[in-house]
Write a new protein. Structure first.
Length: 87
């Protein structure tokens, strides 16, 4: 299954690398600066992105969309078999 702890750890690690080694944290902080020149702290941007990466699949059941559709899971039925994990 794809949406599991290993996937969560992988996404978290990839986000950390983009933020720290790819310069994404400083770019985002600069892009979010206000008209008055107030620039949010890069650490705050990093924290927000890492939390988002960690919880992005919070309610996934640990199985893929195809499994949910084939087993007639309530999520698949509710969303007409259209990416039930992503709704």
């Amino acid at each position: 299954s794809y949406h599991n702890r290993a996937h969560a750890a992988s996404v978290l690690h990839q986000m950390h690398m983009l933020l720290t080694q790819g310069g994404l944290a400083s770019t985002c902080a600069l892009a979010c600066s206000g008209a008055d020149g107030d620039n949010p702290n890069e650490q705050l941007v990093t924290l927000g992105c890492l939390v988002a990466a960690a919880v992005h699949d919070f309610e996934h059941l640990g199985v893929d969309n195809g499994f949910l559709v084939k087993t007639l899971d309530t999520r698949a039925v509710r969303h007409n078999d259209q990416q039930p994990n992503e709704q």
